[in-house]
Design a protein around this ligand. Structure first.
Ligand SMILES: Nc1ncnc2c1ncn2[C@@H]1O[C@H](COP(=O)(O)OP(=O)(O)OP(=O)(O)O)[C@@H](O)[C@H]1O
Ligand SMILES: [Mg+2]
Length: 232
C-alpha cells in the first residue's frame, strides 16, 4: 500500500500540495485526474522518491521515503509523460536490459527478463529495432518495458494517452489494464481526460494541490468534475 500522510510540498515559496492524504491499495487501478497545474505529477513524483515531502510522509509498503529512499523507490515504476527521454539506448532490447545490468544481473539473467517483458507487452518483434525508427506508441511500450523489467509493484503512468492517436490511446489503456489484472501491478494513471478512466476502479480528483474526491469511480459526478475544472 502507498500511504500519503499530511503531505505538504513546495518547490519555492508557495505550497503546491496542501495537506494531501491518500491510500493506494495493492492491485488497485486508480486514476488521478485534475486540470493542468493541479499538482498530479508533483504528487506522483513523491511515490517513487523523485520528490521528498516538505512536510508529511510517504510510506510505501511500510517504507518511509524519507528514511528508505532506495528500497521504497524500487517498488514504484514511473512512465513519464515525455517517455522518449526515458529511453537511453538505441536498440530496444539493450535499453530494456540497461536497468537490470545496473542491478548487477548477468547477461543471461538480464536477457531472460528482457524476453519475458517483451512477451508480456507483445513487442518481441521489435526487440532488435532501433528506437528512433519506432512509432510513438511503440516507444511508449519500450519505455514501459524498461520500467516493467525492474518488477515494480506499483507503476505510475503520467498522462500516457497524450500525444497518441486514437488506436494507440486505446492500446496503452488496455496494456495498463492487463498488467493490473494479470501481473498484479497496481496501476496509477494520471490524466486530465475523462475517457481515460474507462478501466479505473478508483478515482482521485485534484484541484489546486488538494484532493477534492477520493472514492470508487462510479461515485464521481458532474458537480465534482465541474469544481475541478474538468468537462463532465
Ligand atoms: N520544477 C518546478 N518548479 C517550480 N514549480 C513547479 C515545478 N513543477 C511544477 N511546478 C508547479 O507546480 C504546480 C503543479 O504542477 P504539476 O506539474 O504537478 O501539475 P499537473 O497536475 O501534473 O499538471 P499537468 O496536467 O499540466 O501535467 C504548477 O503550478 C506548476 O507550475
Ligand atoms: Mg503533470
Amino acid at each position: 500500500m502507498i500511504q500519503v500522510k499530511n503531505l505538504w510540498f513546495k518547490y519555492e515559496n508557495d505550497f503546491i500540495l496542501k495537506n494531501v492524504n491518500l491510500e493506494i491499495k495493492e492491485n488497485n487501478f486508480i486514476a488521478i485526474i485534475g486540470a493542468n497545474g493541479s499538482g498530479k505529477t508533483t504528487l506522483a513524483k513523491h511515490f517513487n522518491s523523485l520528490l521528498t515531502p516538505t512536510k508529511g510522509n510517504i510510506i510505501i509498503d511500510g517504507l518511509n521515503t524519507k528514511k528508505n529512499e532506495v528500497n521504497a523507490r524500487k517498488k514504484v515504476g514511473f512512465v513519464f509523460q515525455n517517455f522518449e527521454d526515458q529511453i537511453i539506448h538505441s536498440i530496444v532490447e539493450e535499453d530494456i536490459a540497461f536497468g537490470l545490468e545496473n542491478l548487477g544481473l548477468s547477461d543471461n539473467q538480464a536477457s531472460k527478463i528482457v524476453r519475458e517483458t517483451l512477451d508480456k507487452l507483445r513487442i518481441n518483434h521489435i526487440a532488435k529495432s532501433n528506437v528512433n525508427m519506432l512509432s510513438m506508441g511503440q516507444k511508449q511500450l519500450v519505455a514501459l518495458a524498461g520500467v516493467l523489467a525492474m518488477k515494480p509493484k506499483y507503476i505510475v503512468f503520467d498522462e500516457p494517452t497524450t500525444n497518441l492517436d486514437v488506436r494507440n490511446k486505446s492500446n496503452i489503456l488496455n496494456v495498463i489494464k492487463d498488467l493490473n489484472k494479470n501481473e498484479e501491478i497496481t496501476a496509477i494513471l494520471i490524466t486530465n481526460v475523462l475517457d481515460d478512466l474507462m478501466y479505473a476502479e478508483n478515482a482521485v480528483v485534484m484541484k489546486n494541490g488538494q484532493i477534492i474526491f477520493d472514492d470508487v469511480k462510479s461515485k464521481l459526478n458532474k458537480k465534482i468534475l465541474k469544481k475541478a475544472g474538468l468537462n463532465g
